[in-house]
Design a protein around this ligand. Structure first.
Ligand code: TYC
Length: 104
């Protein structure tokens, strides 16, 4: 057999490695603005990003003081859904709160 051609075992090994490869992950950041209330940002972090109150408050204050902060890390579809949910809920309340997605 041609030594450069992978045999059945090598092909299976390659396939196994592909099967366990994890999907690309995306960071979702909340952005600061001058109009969204602190209470609403904490509400978003608790209800959309499932953060406990103390952590939600810490993240909100980090965003307020530094301009942006990490809300969570998700697969593309989940990150996109959470981003859309934040923009929809904010718009409904008349707030300009925005978030961004960034590939890890
Ligand atoms: N800067 C806002 C204020 O002073 C609070 C705020 C925090 C807004 C985090 C957005 O992502 C944000 N009311």
């Amino acid at each position: 057999m041609d030594e450069l051609e992978p045999g059945i075992d090598e092909k299976l090994e390659t396939k196994k490695q592909q099967e366990v490869k994890s999907p690309p992950m995306y960071k979702v950041f909340l952005l600061n603005d001058d109009y969204t209330t602190m209470d609403f940002v904490v509400h978003i972090l608790e209800n959309v990003f499932r953060k406990p109150l103390v952590e939600a408050t810490q993240i909100m204050l980090h965003v307020h003081n530094h301009g942006r902060g990490l809300a969570g890390v998700y697969t593309h579809e989940i990150a996109e859904t959470k981003t859309n949910t934040v923009h929809k809920l904010s718009h409904e309340k008349g707030f300009p709160l925005k978030c961004t997605m960034e590939k890890e």
